[in-house]
Design a protein around this ligand. Structure first.
Ligand SMILES: Nc1ncnc2c1ncn2[C@@H]1O[C@H](COP(=O)(O)OP(=O)(O)OP(=O)(O)O)[C@@H](O)[C@H]1O
Ligand SMILES: [Mg+2]
Length: 255
């Protein structure tokens, strides 16, 4: 009885699954699966959402924890890489990182090494993967001040430098409602995508998250609906879908 009790999750306890075991790389494991096809559709929608030029960097965030940001970021990165784009997935979630577990990188150097050490060569934090054209940057050792580091000039320099080296950089960020990290980063990237999860994300939380992004003039380019279950759907994973909040703030200002 005690053993069972100890294993039971407390209410509101955060899932440690992705941090310990990594996220599921469905797009890489089974490129012809329904899920992989769904990610291709998401990719196409992202590409078509910007008629002028391709996004060079995008940020994935959500209102709360465990809505699927890291799973979607990694699978989307594979999908872009499969199209021939040199793609880098950056673990900008220094509090609940997943890249080291997903890609089996032990004691990785990463983003925080670069941000805290002026002499650190950024290439030491970029790892090749078994997927052609896909590179990853783990978050590195956990710092005491993630938001401050992400808000630094050095972070601006990094975002610029990475975008010059790669075709697309995808930043996986923490949730908006718990810490300011994603809000800070959203001002530095070309586009922000909000992940919501069916039956988990509350409407008020989404509204609050969108308000936080608008408050800093982030360019919200769309929303990915995760875990959408439909009758006769693909089962456990549900369907990934992609939708828009309409024209982004910046586009509206320019039109
Ligand atoms: N569509 C899905 N169907 C089933 N399980 C899913 C789906 N999407 C994500 N999960 C599971 O939900 C958990 C959380 O996913 P993930 O780590 O990607 O979320 P996250 O938003 O990055 O979380 P965090 O806030 O900790 O960064 C994981 O165990 C993952 O395997
Ligand atoms: Mg995550």
């Amino acid at each position: 009885m005690f053993g069972f009790k100890n294993k039971m999750k407390k209410k509101n306890e955060l899932s440690m699954d992705s941090m310990q075991n990594g996220v599921e790389m469905i797009s890489a494991a089974d490129p012809s699966s329904v899920i992989a096809e769904q990610f291709k559709t998401v990719r196409t929608n992202i590409q078509f959402s910007n008629a002028d030029h391709s996004y060079r960097n995008i940020l994935l965030t959500s209102s709360m924890a465990s809505e699927g940001k890291s799973t979607i970021a990694a699978n989307l990165a594979v999908t872009f890489a499969n199209q021939g784009l040199r793609t880098l997935l950056v673990d900008a979630d220094m509090r609940r990182p997943t890249i080291n577990a997903t890609f089996s990188i032990a004691n990785p150097k990463g983003l925080t090494n670069y941000l805290t050490d002026r002499d650190f060569d950024v290439n030491q934090a970029i790892y090749e993967t078994s997927v052609e054209n896909l590179f990853v940057m783990p978050s590195g050792p956990v710092p005491p001040n993630p938001a401050e580091l992400l808000n630094s000039k050095r972070m601006d320099l990094l975002i610029k430098a990475l975008s010059e080296q790669l075709d697309l950089v995808i930043y996986d960020a923490p949730p908006l409602l718990s810490v300011t990290d994603a809000q800070v980063l959203s001002t530095k990237v070309e586009g922000t995508i909000l992940v919501t999860r069916q039956n988990t994300t509350e409407k008020d939380a989404v509204k609050h998250a969108v308000d936080l992004l608008k408050h800093v003039n982030a360019n919200i380019i769309g929303s990915i609906y995760n875990d959408v279950r439909s009758e006769g759907g693909s089962g456990y994973y549900g369907y990934y879908g992609y939708g828009y909040y309409g024209k982004s703030d910046k586009e509206q200002k320019n039109s």
